[in-house]
Design a protein around this ligand. Sequence first.
Ligand code: PGA
Length: 303
Amino acid sequence: MALNMTFRQLKVFESAARHLSYTRAAEELHLSQPGVSMQIKQLEEVTGLPLFEQIGKKMYLTAAGREIYAYSKSIGHLLDEAEVVLDELKGVQSGRLSISVATTAGHFVTRLLADFSKRYEDVIITLDITNRAGLRDQLEANRPDLVIMGQPPEGVEVEAAAFMENPLVMIASPEHPMASERRIALERFEDEHFVVRESGSGTRSAIERYFAEHDVSFRTGIEVSSNETIKQAVEAGLGLGIVSIHTLELELETKRLQVLDVIDFPIQRHWYVIQRKGKRLSPIARVFKKFVLEQAKEFIRLP
Ligand code: PGA
């Protein structure tokens, strides 16, 4: 017996099952809530089984719902793949791609772009590198196709997908007295000076939030807008630093810097690929986003 379900029904169901909410599925797919509930009702009629059940205020998937959810995810992936293949056949390997990334992401994004450009030789890429505050403004103005940053911005509606961890580690010169210590308590840093990024930097605000959450005061020393300069200043003994592990390369291997063993560290963050909500990505931007989500990790080796 062939089931007469449609891709559309499966897509709507997949979103509702992932969020366990018709309202959030409606938001994600830009549909009305009754539109979502109608598609799911039709799918339940086709399958002949209820897919959701409501207990109290909470929605759950039924056993049939869980099965259909697994299939709808696989079908969704296959359709995405088909779309990329079709785009390639249509020749969308070319075009213009405008990407803006956080200063810190600048440390790995060139490696990503190098590989991407090898596959899509005719794409003209514009890369802008700025801090978190700058990226927020760019998203608001709907300028770049895609943005890579830590944590989605506040006050702008975006679609954000995490693709990789972004641990922030504490670094010191190997001569620093704490360099040989183990399991250092965060409170011990109350009297230390940190070489920090400028305000408006995502790294800076994540650090300040983290210290505030742990009720430990955070003293800033020199303020600079480049991670490279932070590393050089720390190496020269101007203070301690907290940076994304993605900014560290040979400094650890060559023992010019050392990661301190601090309790409750690293600060765990993630990298996101972000677009303005409702933005219609060009085919090449879609291909790039998929590339980042699926393959970025392979190109970015941690020290
Ligand atoms: P930053 O951003 O380079 O502005 O610090 C990185 C981040 O958002 O984590």
